[in-house]
Design a protein around this ligand. Structure first.
Ligand SMILES: [Zn+2]
Ligand SMILES: [Zn+2]
Length: 277
């Protein structure tokens, strides 16, 4: 005997309503003067994580420059080049973060008979979560509430998905964050082992007086950042060189296939995958 709920579902009588807009309700898209269109995910947890990352950057940049490098630069113990290199890494790091967190990661466009522009979407599947047709290797993100082309993962630290259109920007962020962590670690080591106590600085200033504690904290943060980003870069390099992405791998592993089977583009778990239920 037929299950009435299953039958209704099969006939499309239940489930999400058909999409009417290109954008999910969780995404804010706005156009800013001089910058252009920005995309922002309205997710409280993600916004808090992104805020934490910005604070991390502020502390790392402030402490490295104000507590270590600039006092020794004034004493003639640090070169202009070192200051320039540190500022370059810091600026590139924060601008990469802003860019990757506000880029569209690869939203699947709303395709209809009228707006298909000659695209053959006969092999596209229907996403049961947002009721929108999507090509193979697109996945639905619960946080963004939209399907993303070649979605790698949703990164709460950038409060955005990593997908086809911002994957390169994400790699750049990992690279610059690794460079900044390495520069901060180097500055700490120079301060601990090489530089003599600063001469021209005001030794009564709070952060100069207690510089050792500021530098201990900076060392821990810098080491953690270096290891985290190095791991991320290696993982991303491996994924890209094998032409896979994080979500495809997760789907393959979940249904008991070997990791390597997900390299095959033809293999796409249609029914059992995490985002295909
Ligand atoms: Zn979807
Ligand atoms: Zn997402």
């Amino acid at each position: 005997m037929l299950n009435p709920v299953a039958t209704a579902k099969h006939m499309g009588l239940t489930g999400p309503p058909p999409p009417t807009s290109q954008y999910s309700e969780n995404i804010m898209v706005t156009r800013l003067p001089c910058i252009g269109r920005i995309h922002f995910v309205k997710d409280k947890g993600g916004m808090m994580s992104l805020g934490f990352v910005v604070l991390y950057w502020i502390y790392g940049t402030w402490c490295s420059l104000t507590v270590i490098l600039l006092p020794h630069w004034r004493d003639g113990q640090t070169s202009d080049f070192m200051i320039f290199l540190f500022c370059l890494c810091s600026i590139m790091c924060i601008s990469s973060l802003i860019r990757v967190s506000t880029l569209n990661p690869g939203r699947v466009p709303l395709i209809s008979e009228e707006s298909s522009f000659g695209i053959d979407y006969s092999h596209w599947e229907l996403c049961p979560k947002c009721n929108r047709k999507r090509p193979p290797r697109a996945h639905h993100c619960r946080r963004c509430q939209q399907c993303v082309l070649r979605m790698d993962h949703h990164c709460p630290w950038i409060n955005n998905c990593v997908g086809e259109e911002n994957h390169w920007a994400f790699m750049q962020l990992l690279f610059w964050a690794f460079c900044l962590g390495s520069m901060a670690f180097l500055a700490c080591q120079l301060h601990f082992w090489y530089y003599p106590p600063c001469v021209t600085c005001n030794k009564d200033t709070f952060y100069i007086k207690h510089s050792i504690w500021f530098n201990y904290l900076l060392t821990v943060l810098a080491v953690f950042m270096m290891l985290f980003q190095a791991g991320g870069l290696l993982g991303q390099y491996f994924n890209i060189s094998m032409d896979i992405n994080g979500e495809s791998r997760t789907c393959a592993l979940r249904i008991g296939n070997t990791y390597l089977q997900s390299f095959d583009n033809k293999y796409m778990p249609k029914e059992e995958g995490r985002y295909h239920q």
